[in-house]
Design a binder for this molecule. Structure first.
Ligand SMILES: [Zn+2]
Ligand SMILES: [Zn+2]
Length: 597
């Protein structure tokens, strides 16, 4: 229970003439902060807390070693007040009030990074990275965060990496898009820079500008439109020239011809509204304009971070508002969502496709079991998606069967690694056998497979490009149009598949059943023709066909494209078949399964 004096007062950053408080990502700075006591002051035995983001790599504020990073000097002009400062936890400094009470209007000065090593900022560019203050006014050990704690801007570094993205699928005559984005070495979108972008591989059925000049105001990214005029698979070599340097890259493949349309999405990410970096607006901007995604959902935690969403309805309303503002019908589907962060049953992210978007918290006794969550979602256009089911940081309790109307898919790859199966490359940390996606299929659950980022670095769709995460995750959605109804329908029919980040194109069918569909047992009893087509982003290492417990390898090493038919015999009811694709560069993809019933 909060005392009236908890959370009182205000704090600000003190800037000398010409100072901005800005710092480049992963570099040192020094900040002078002032706290001024509110009307009720702070009792003797009360405390002021200073906390930088505990989720990344800000130096922990400390008062012990002047020559070490994070050294913090704490002082006051209030006569008779003594300050007893000590580091209480990662990134958290407690300053206890002794001598006498700190009265209204009296101030405490905090110099963070006061020693020669300064204080190190986190590696992710963001505006308003918060330097949090909290106040325990009466000294009972309960503190309250100052909602308007000051923040500083963390700036990106120099361009180090170019990402070039093409539309993945088109018919001859369609408009296609090409997006160039320059990133620093931590995958932050860069600031103003001038660059020339040249495309190689045009003509012969693909029309796009051959040369693009980037002006400083474009901040290293631009999307241009062109046209596909003939069937085929296209990849463009891209050369970016800036300051006399060149950055080279290659686009993902564009497949022009028949076949379903593929839309790329990242439906799982975190911003500074829970334990991630950056604003919701910046997250959607990165998703659309840097990662060139077609759809994205920002899913901050219901009850995790420094200020909880479920205790602050206005913050949830702001998140929903940010998704609505970023949405552009037919072009970019921005969806509101949150992460139901149950430490008992496993995490699920909830994504809304309709108007109604309530926050159903895992801490709310009405919604604190998976069954209750689903009951709350069933009447809505919503999905609940279990993620990192196999473990680190939290495994899914598969004893509770998924309700396929609300939970048709499982996220098997993200920044945490693979949860597909123990024999998968790049398994996530602390795996729990029996909890993988394949284990859920063996229980008879007819789940499709998706990937999504679960990035906390603000880099929607591209978590895998930075040094922090071993893998990323994307979902490929096979839908005719990019509308909420069409995309939700594709999920409900498991017309989706997973990748670890690259835009690998997959087609897969067994008999009449395409990926995600059910093959009647009567048809599967004899010989079934399996059709496999893979258009990779970089050369292939293996394509594996998973039939229950058996793994068949298809010969494809060093190929960019693979297409074949094969015969599967005597598939049994309850069995499932899916593809696992591995590129030589470590990129992975998994089809959704075909289920035998
Ligand atoms: Zn989670
Ligand atoms: Zn998450």
């Amino acid at each position: 229970v909060h005392h009236a004096s908890d959370g009182g007062g205000r704090a600000w950053l003190e800037l000398a003439q010409g100072e901005t408080g800005e710092v480049e990502a992963s570099s040192s700075g020094r900040w002078k902060l002032v706290y001024e006591a509110g009307e009720l002051g702070l009792a003797k035995g009360g405390a002021l807390y200073f906390q930088v983001s505990p989720f990344f790599e800000w130096s922990t504020p400390q008062v012990e070693r002047e020559d070490a990073p994070g050294f913090t000097r704490v002082s006051t002009d209030a006569d008779g007040v003594e300050l007893e400062a000590r580091t209480l936890d990662q990134q958290l400094l407690g300053i206890e009030i002794a001598g006498r009470a700190l009265r209204a209007g009296e101030r405490i000065r905090i110099e963070y990074g006061a020693g020669p090593a300064g204080s190190r900022s986190d590696p992710y560019a963001e505006t308003n990275s918060r330097l949090w203050f909290a106040v325990d006014g009466d000294g009972d050990g309960v503190r309250k965060v100052l909602a308007d704690s000051p923040g500083v801007d963390v700036l990106p570094g120099e361009p180090a990496l170019a990402v070039a993205t093409l539309t993945s699928t088109a018919r001859a005559g369609d408009t296609v898009r090409f997006t160039i984005a320059l990133l620093d070495d931590r995958a932050n979108a860069v600031g103003p820079c001038e660059a020339t972008v040249e495309l190689e591989g045009l003509g012969n059925g693909l029309e796009l500008p051959q040369k693009i000049e980037l002006a400083p105001s474009e901040r290293g990214r631009r999307t241009v439109e062109g046209r596909a005029t003939a069937d085929g698979v296209y990849r463009l070599d891209v050369r970016v020239t800036l300051d006399g340097r060149t950055l080279e890259t290659r686009t993902n493949p564009l497949s022009v011809g028949g076949g379903p349309r593929i839309w790329w999405g990242d439906l799982h990410g975190h911003s500074s509204y829970s334990d991630g970096s950056g604003t919701p607006q910046a997250w959607f901007d990165y998703a659309r304009n840097v990662a060139a995604l077609d759809l994205a959902a920002l899913t901050d935690h219901d009850h995790w971070g420094l200020v909880f969403l479920d205790e602050n309805p206005h913050l949830w309303a702001e998140l929903v508002g940010a998704a609505r503002a970023a949405n552009e019908p037919g072009r970019f589907l921005a969806l509101p969502g949150f992460e139901w962060t149950s430490w008992i049953y496993g995490h699920r992210h909830v994504v809304y496709f309709g108007e109604d978007a309530p926050l159903l918290s895992s801490m709310d006794e009405r919604f604190d079991t998976p069954q209750e969550l689903r009951d709350g979602l069933r009447a809505l256009a919503a999905l609940s998606i279990p993620h990192h089911p196999a473990g680190g940081p939290m495994a899914t309790d598969w004893r509770i069967a998924p309700d396929l109307a609300v939970e048709p898919v499982v996220e098997i790859c993200s920044a945490h690694g693979s949860s597909e199966a123990l024999d998968s490359p790049r398994v996530l940390h602390s795996p729990r056998p029996g909890h993988f996606g394949r284990d859920a299929l063996k229980k008879g659950y007819k789940l499709g497979f998706v990937g999504s980022g679960d990035g906390h670095d603000g880099h929607a769709g591209l978590a895998w490009k930075g040094p922090h995460y071993p893998t990323g995750g994307l979902v490929a959605v096979l839908a005719d149009e990019l509308t909420p109804a069409s995309v939700l329908n594709a999920f409900r029919h498991r017309r989706v598949y997973a990748t670890s980040g690259p835009r690998i194109l997959l087609r897969f069918a067994v008999g009449r059943a395409r990926m995600g569909e059910v093959l009647p047992a009567a048809e599967a009893a004899g010989d079934s023709t399996m059709f496999v087509q893979v258009v990779a982003q970089s050369p292939l290492e293996t394509i594996e066909v998973i039939v229950g417990d058996e793994i068949l390898s298809l010969e494809c090493r060093n190929e960019l494209e693979y297409s074949a038919s094969a015969t599967l015999s005597a598939l049994k009811p309850g069995e499932f078949v899916y593809l696992r694709v591995l590129q030589l560069d470590g990129g992975m993809a998994w089809s959704s399964p075909v289920f035998v019933e």
